[in-house]
Design a protein around this ligand. Structure first.
Ligand code: SF4
Length: 507
């Protein structure tokens, strides 16, 4: 514990600003106007933070390293910094108040529901969170005029009110969405994808690296920025390198390429090293300068000001009940295939697990259409899946994982967020990846020993959930297909085998 004890006689009338581990930015609302003369800083590292889940080594490193680097930067600026380790937030704050004889503690609203509740009960002055473009109260206000909260409607509202990619009152190049240009199949020409800087570890990092043995995954290799300086380098690399090819290949998957042209900015955004507005304006500028095409620019901006802000708003709107939803009564445990590398013959899941192990990251399609799809169609418990994704993915946080898992991937909210479950057979993976060509399974087959598990499970999922889902107007075609299946009973037999093998780790 690095705590400086001072006597009462030395006390200055300073207030304390408590900074959470995902608010790593000098511009956060609680700190932006503060100086070392009027403010001391409190960081609380939770002693038990990494004991509740099987965290990825790179994630543990990122969270600790970013916090410690920020503490160092603030010390260098002249701030008095109390960086303490405590059992929980309450104990940390109480001990700080006692040791420093502090009466006034300020914090920016935390990024999670529990944290907010704890701070509200600790007599801490909470300042409105400024890490998003749409505060959740404004989002809640937006929903009051709607019966269904569609992402597309929210996204257009954001574009207009923030004047992003707009040409007066109309969207640039006349359309809100250029997705039809962004569904290219993966190129098989062995091309090089944009490279990224690997950041060198310093003494702070090396200290953390000493204590990562008990966590999951590969050791950090300098991929994930731990300071704002590094995050700005990564942003510049994306805008000037990967942005152009990002759009066409944003849904493509390649076994040997973990990120393709994805920005890999999400961890920096989610812990505060970058603000969404600076990221979006940099990308928009590349478009204005003629350096990047509209489909790439619009596709990326939609992810940041649309989807990211939308799930943030829904999290606050629907918590705390939302995290416990389980509409499909899915209660299967996380399978061995998601726990260790090489625990399945499914080439796509193996490949995505290799990416996850090596980088604590897979891009959105591997998350949704591989891990999410297998979880949905096999009935993995959504709360277990949320915890698994939160702890394994570098950019995982409660606010982002709960809506993405409960609402999007597993349909556990019964359709509050998505209009239908995102269940899919092997055909999608075959079209959008190079995984199937090296797989022992055949994406076209739904029965037999070499039937693709995704294809079998897709039909079995519809069969098992026919009563719950057949009334969904968007699923008429899918259930029509199910009823026309001549081998429906064979599919059920094969699905039972697949599920047993999945649980055993022999699939
Ligand atoms: Fe995945 Fe099925 Fe393709 Fe194999 S055949 S890679 S299991 S989708």
């Amino acid at each position: 514990m690095q705590t400086i004890h001072v006597s009462s006689a030395q006390q200055s009338p300073k207030s304390t600003v408590l900074i959470m581990g995902d608010q790593i930015n000098r511009g956060i609302a609680s700190l932006a106007e503060k100086t070392p003369d009027d403010t001391r800083i409190l960081f609380i590292e939770l002693a038990t933070k990494f004991s509740d889940k099987q965290w990825h080594k790179q994630k543990v490193h990122l969270l600790l390293s970013a916090l410690k680097h920020f503490a160092q930067e603030l010390r260098e600026e002249g701030f008095e910094v109390d960086y303490r380790i405590a059992k929980n937030l309450s104990e940390g704050v109480k001990a700080h108040k006692k040791d420093f004889d502090v009466s006034h503690v300020i914090a920016m609203e935390p990024m999670n529901w529990n944290g907010k509740e704890i701070l509200e009960n600790l007599d801490i002055e909470l300042v409105r969170n400024n890490q998003f473009l749409c505060h959740y109260e404004d989002f809640a206000e937006w929903t009051t005029t709607k019966t269904k909260f569609k992402m597309e409607d929210f996204y257009r509202w954001q574009r207009k009110r923030l004047d992003i990619l707009m040409d007066g009152s109309t969207p640039c190049e006349g359309k809100w969405n250029f997705d039809h240009d962004n569904r290219e199949r993966p190129p098989r020409d062995g091309r090089e994808w944009p490279s990224i800087t690997l950041f060198e570890h310093d003494d702070i990092d090396n200290d953390i690296l000493q204590n990562l043995d008990d966590f999951w995954g590969a050791y950090p290799k300098g991929v994930w920025p731990v300071t704002r300086e590094q995050a700005l380098i990564r942003l510049d690399e994306f805008v000037n390198g990967a942005l152009k090819p990002f759009g066409p290949y944003e849904d493509a998957m390649l076994g040997k390429e973990w990120k393709l042209a994805h920005s890999v900015l999400s961890s920096s955004l989610n812990i505060g090293l970058l603000h969404p507005m600076e990221v979006v304006r940099a990308v928009e500028q590349a478009y204005t300068d003629g350096e990047a095409p509209i489909n790439s620019v619009e596709g990326f901006i939609r992810q940041v000001i649309g989807w990211r802000e939308y799930v943030w708003g829904l999290y606050w709107l629907w918590m705390p009940e939302y995290k416990s939803e389980n509409f499909l009564e899915a209660n299967r445990d996380i399978p061995p295939a998601f726990r260790e590398q090489g625990s399945t013959e499914m080439s796509c899941i193996r490949g995505a697990m290799d990416h996850l192990h090596e980088y604590a990251y897979t891009h959105h399609i591997e998350r949704l259409m591989l891990f999410g799809n297998l979880s949905l169609t096999t009935g993995i418990n959504p709360q277990e899946l949320t915890d698994w994704m939160w702890s394994r993915f570098i950019d995982g946080a409660e606010w982002v994982m709960i809506p993405n898992v409960i609402g999007m991937a597993t349909f556990a909210d019964g359709g509050k967020m998505a209009t239908k479950p995102y269940a899919s057979g092997g055909a999608y993976v075959n079209r959008m990846s190079d995984y199937c060509s090296g797989c022992i399974y055949d994406p076209k087959k739904r029965t037999g020993d070499n039937a693709c598990p995704f294809t079998t499970l897709y039909w079995d999922f519809l069969d098992r959930n026919e009563n719950r889902l057949s009334g969904n107007p968007r699923m008429g075609q899918q259930f029509g297909g199910l009823r026309r299946l001549a081998d429906r009973s064979d599919v059920k037999v094969r699905a039972a085998e697949v599920l047993t093998k999945l649980d055993e780790g022999t699939l």
